[in-house]
Design a protein around this ligand. Sequence first.
Ligand SMILES: Cc1cc2nc3c(=O)[nH]c(=O)nc-3n(C[C@H](O)[C@H](O)[C@H](O)COP(=O)(O)O)c2cc1C
Length: 312
Amino acid sequence: MENRVIRLFNINYPIVQAGMIWASGWRLASAVSNAGALGIIGSGSMYPDILREHIQKCKEATQKPFAVNVPLLYPDVEKLIQIIIEEKVPIVFTSAGNPKTWTSVLKEQGIKVVHVVSSSKFAVKSQEAGCDAVVAEGFEAGGHNGREETTTMVLIPAVSAAVDIPVLAAGGIATGRQMLAAMVLGAEGVQIGSRFVASPEASSHEKFKNMVIAAQEGDTQLSLKQLTPVRLLKNDFFIQIQEAEKRCAPIEELQKLLGKGRAKSGMFEGNLDEGELEIGQVSAIIKKIKPAAEIVKEIYSEYEEALKRPVK
Ligand SMILES: Cc1cc2nc3c(=O)[nH]c(=O)nc-3n(C[C@H](O)[C@H](O)[C@H](O)COP(=O)(O)O)c2cc1C
């Protein structure tokens, strides 16, 4: 297979494992890159020194290209970017912020930059800022999410029509058939998060992984829309937030309820009742924990099979 995404990242398959807090460290990223796709280290849950350690371990574990995701809303962004430059990371995926702020700084260092968006408007802004590609992330996706609630099915053709740079589809993709659907809609690659949480290499807590593969349709919902919208698995913490939102609690109360360290507690330490459990709608069709390389292979072979016989 040949396309702009494959050439841009110098990979074999146009499959990107998403940067994910408390899930995608060097183990997952290097396993995915070694399998011929693109692995991403999620720096959003890392202190700068920890990020450096993960980058160095990833370099030892793979000769293939890998990337780092930097959510731009975190306070340590400047230090994280400095480390990425010093460690000569070839590709950066930025998210949750303005693509103008860091793209030129990274591009001047020869780093390829991809920005994650949830609307055509921000896709155009990313192109204007000089990004090499965009990830268009739909409403189904796990993690933080756009306020507009545009689904992947609608977002991909809209973003593909709005920009000339390559588009990667994200949100609700876990199989080769879903990957083919995204490509038919105009994407040249896919970014996959939830499916890779269910792998031994993900640093997420075992209990969280088991809850992900047990999840059914309707078990996730977009929450905390007044703060930063995030798709959560329904648990005690989710219900507390939902009750507060129903009685139109002030933002300060929601902030207090959220507190600090909820995501770490839930996804990394396995506190399934009181923690924040981020996962996508697609968890409903993820049934098994599988090695990352097997996930890449399976998705790509399903994609090729579906390409031969697209209509069931
Ligand atoms: C556990 C988890 C953590 C995430 N953390 C981040 C993050 O730190 N930065 C980011 O840009 N996106 C984050 N995301 C979103 C993913 O990068 C990706 O776009 C999304 O998972 C795609 O949708 P899917 O889960 O349906 O595959 C996270 C998603 C999950 C499931």
